[in-house]
Design a protein around this ligand. Structure first.
Ligand SMILES: Cc1cc2nc3c(=O)[nH]c(=O)nc-3n(C[C@H](O)[C@H](O)[C@H](O)COP(=O)(O)OP(=O)(O)OC[C@H]3O[C@@H](n4cnc5c(N)ncnc54)[C@H](O)[C@@H]3O)c2cc1C
Length: 493
């Protein structure tokens, strides 16, 4: 029987353990901070739980536009609140002042954070119980490699495996001039121990994490300043999608400071001061440092046993998750391949299938779908606008704005679009970008098309519900399908 020892119990580790156990291996998972990993305990699950609250706040703030009026704020037929609320284009055009969520309702921060912590803890326990049911040995300890097949735990025990999997994840990047103190200068892992919603949150970094928290805290009533060193927010993302999000942020009252590099963050009394490299300063009640992550590979004994690391300290792996040492695999954020829970889990499964002699294909990143949980969300899959614009890939593209989608009109959705890429000639769907509320739920049909090589013609002939946001996906396919009689059908309704 093959013995497998896994260091790290996040999605890279626990998913591997489940696969290996189902294939009859003897499996041990050693984890220092809690099964489920940073994914479940501090990063992905907590942030999306918090965002469930902020999403509800956004909907409440937009409710007056749909004819909903909070009790006690007026009566009769005259609107008690501005006709349409929070930064909606139509209200701004009419000169109606934006209404911020606290004027409608407010959140109870202690309850919100407690819910986040409890849910994360419960999910971690669920996963641990599942591992135990599958006869996986779970060891709560910190471990390091002392040989290519041996892990030593800080409890003094040693664990020998025919196969070792490293899945130790990553930690928030620390800037020497902006050291988090956990009270006012924070990483995303400190947020859930706060007692309050920050009065004025200065978010340093406008990548996915910075944008998600800026969006969420603004919706929950914080003043937010977003400090971005680049031309625009979400620099690595689809430029049209990033423009929509930046426009929404500004309309909702987030101060976006583009081309502004934070040089230092210091505490001043009950607040913080962020000094920008051009000498300007921004003050706030709290600063959130969202400037990326570093792999947790230091002190693991990796290079001592011959495991090669990249320049940033990531474990070098191939598409089968193999490291430079036979029998030692690695998965997840410690490899720097693509920092997503879904990718970590897939890398881990591939490692186990490979190690245990199953038929397995190498990791393919071209079909990974990902989502940014701002409001609206941005979901993407497959080829990108940059690949098309640089000529790296030949593609046709169309963008269907949601403003012409009948369901979006009914729901009062003014921002967002569906973009689709296809191969010229064959019409095979190569990728897509959806900017919409719950885009994460809409992207699957495009992902299926990309994964299985469906053509725009096939999507164009698929019924979508009328009226629905997904109608814009079939509409995009019809637009890309040349000279289609039905192109623009939704337009005419
Ligand atoms: C704010 C935020 C939000 C995110 N949201 C999403 C999202 O919505 N969707 C998504 O797909 N991804 C999201 N991610 C990314 C996702 O969280 C990571 O890609 C995922 O956690 C990677 O899993 P992992 O198994 O590699 O590492 P982790 O989840 O970090 O788990 C690693 C585990 O290894 C343990 N460990 C480390 N060193 C040792 C040691 N020496 N001995 C024993 N144990 C050790 C750690 O304690 C930890 O439990 C988000 C990330 C952040 C920062």
């Amino acid at each position: 029987m093959t013995r497998i020892v896994i260091l790290g119990g996040g999605p890279g580790g626990y998913e591997s353990a489940l696969v290996a156990a189902s294939l009859g291996a003897t499996v041990t998972v050693i984890d220092s901070d809690g099964i489920g990993g940073a994914c479940v305990l501090t990063d992905c699950v907590p942030s999306k739980t918090l965002i469930a609250t902020s999403e509800t706040m956004t909907n409440l703030a937009l409710a007056p536009g749909l004819g909903i009026r909070p009790h006690g704020l007026g009566s009769g037929t005259a609107p008690a609140l501005p006709a349409v609320a929070w930064g909606m284009r139509s209200s701004l055009d009419e000169g109606v002042p934006p209404l911020t969520p606290p004027e409608v309702v407010s959140v109870d921060p202690e309850q919100v954070y407690e819910r986040v912590r409890e849910l994360a803890k419960a999910q971690s326990l669920d996963i641990e119980h599942r591992l135990e049911r599958e006869k996986v040995e779970v060891v709560h300890a910190s471990g390091r490699l002392v040989g290519p097949h041996t892990i030593e735990a800080n409890t003094g025990e040693t664990f020998v495996g025919d196969v070792i999997l490293i899945a130790t994840g990553a930690s928030p990047r620390d800037l020497p001039t902006a050291r988090p103190d956990g009270e006012r200068i924070l990483t995303w892992r400190h947020l859930y121990d706060l007692k309050e919603i920050p009065e004025h949150l200065v978010v340093v970094g406008s990548g996915v994490t910075g944008a998600e928290f800026a969006s969420a805290y603004r919706a929950m009533g914080a003043e937010v300043t977003l400090v971005s060193s680049r031309e625009r927010v979400l620099p690595g993302e689809d430029p049209d999608a990033a423009r929509v999000i930046e426009d929404v942020f500004v309309r909702r009252g987030i101060e976006v400071l583009n081309r502004s590099r934070a040089a230092s963050v210091r505490r001043i009394g009950d607040g913080v001061i962020v000094e920008l490299s051009d000498g300007r300063t921004v003050t706030g009640s709290h600063a959130l440092m969202a400037v990326g992550s570093v792999p947790r590979t230091k002190g693991l004994g990796l290079t001592d046993v011959g495991v090669r690391l990249g320049a940033g300290g990531h474990v070098n792996v191939d598409r089968m998750s193999r490291t430079s040492v036979p029998g030692v695999y690695a998965a997840g954020d410690c490899t720097g391949v693509l920092p997503l829970a879904s990718v970590a889990a897939m890398q881990g499964r591939i490692a186990m299938w490979h190690a245990l002699g199953e038929a397995v294909s190498p990791l393919r990143l071209g079909t990974v779908s990902s989502n940014i949980f701002t409001e609206p969300e941005i979901a993407t899959v497959g080829v990108t606008q940059v690949m098309k614009d640089t000529g790296a890939i030949a593609a046709e593209v169309t963008t269907v704005p949601l403003s012409r989608n009948p369901r979006a009109k009914m729901m009062g959705i003014e921002d967002g679009f569906v973009k689709m890429f296809c191969r010229p000639g064959s019409g095979s769907v190569l990728g897509g970008v959806i900017v919409a509320p719950r885009a994460s739920e809409l992207i699957l049909s495009v992902s299926l098309a990309v994964e299985h090589g469906l053509t725009v013609d096939q999507i164009a002939h698929t019924f979508s519900i009328y009226p629905s946001l997904s109608g814009s996906i079939t509409e995009a396919a019809r637009v890309l399908r040349p000279r289609d009689f039905f192109a623009g059908f939704d337009d005419r309704v």
